[in-house]
Design a binder for this molecule. Sequence first.
Ligand SMILES: [Ca+2]
Ligand SMILES: [Ca+2]
Ligand SMILES: [Ca+2]
Ligand SMILES: [Ca+2]
Length: 327
Amino acid sequence: MLRFTPWLIAASFVGCKACVGCVDPDFPIDPDDPVIGETDPPEDTADTDPPEDTTPPPPCDVPETEPNDSIDEADQLALEHTACGGFTEEGDGEWLVFPAEDASWIRVQVEAAGMGSAADVAFSIVARESFEVTVITPTMYWEDPWLVFPTLGDSQYHLYLSERSSQFGDDHEWELLASEDKEPVAWTVSEIEDNDTPSGAQTVAVGDVILGTIDSASDYDWFHIQVPDAGEKIAWDFEVEAYTSGSPLASRLSLYDDQIVGADVDDVDFLATSFADTDNFDRDPHIEIQSEGAADWYLLIKNPATDGDDGGSAFHWYSITIANDQD
Ligand SMILES: [Ca+2]
Ligand SMILES: [Ca+2]
Ligand SMILES: [Ca+2]
Ligand SMILES: [Ca+2]
């Protein structure tokens, strides 16, 4: 580094030519002179790379932060991010909350038994703005609970994870992913309440795919189909998709003729029914039936449960596809 020491500055004032030969080689150097006595600092030979980070990476995007056992202590999650934690203490439960963002369908997937954890997990989903709540448990199809639902318009959703047998320990880990999902069904018609009686049935047609919800154990959804006189037998198929696509609803489907209008459902024989219930493997029912000539049919979908917590909610969606061999 070039330094302008006083003598050099003085020499430059009198001109370079005058300077030549006038510098005393024995020019005394005052060691106390702060400039003359200064030497260049030693070159920095230290490694400038930041120290290596030896902390292990986080186990997931959002590790739980205890305490999270009350709704006001919920861990904040975002869509497409995985939360993780463990039931490590007696009575340990975990609240999480995530924003709906712009999603129209959301999937919530828990992983515990499926990844070797000893935890048997259930979760509740709570929509505080629309006052909806339901409990999701593992099913006969899957070891761990999951839910797919059409968003209800709430800005955020709360989840509460718990160990179903109140077990806990270091091997009781869980993971949870909330993500935007595509529509599980392509529906053409939305259910319109009030359709709780045959006389209030919503008229639908072959080719329609109905999207509806069973809000409670007493929510009966009736649909009316006008069967044409085709001069030959028509093979019809009414097929529900719900439970196998992530809805908590296990439904029952029944078909009646027009004797049901104004009558009690227990006083009229059905034309066909599916007795899907909690002991029946086929929780998404379907009905196959042939028509002979013109008729008015009334299709009923309901929850087979007559009471209890699992009766229904806005999360209990279903779709029914109406098809025949002529469409
Ligand atoms: Ca925990
Ligand atoms: Ca907890
Ligand atoms: Ca309904
Ligand atoms: Ca209804």
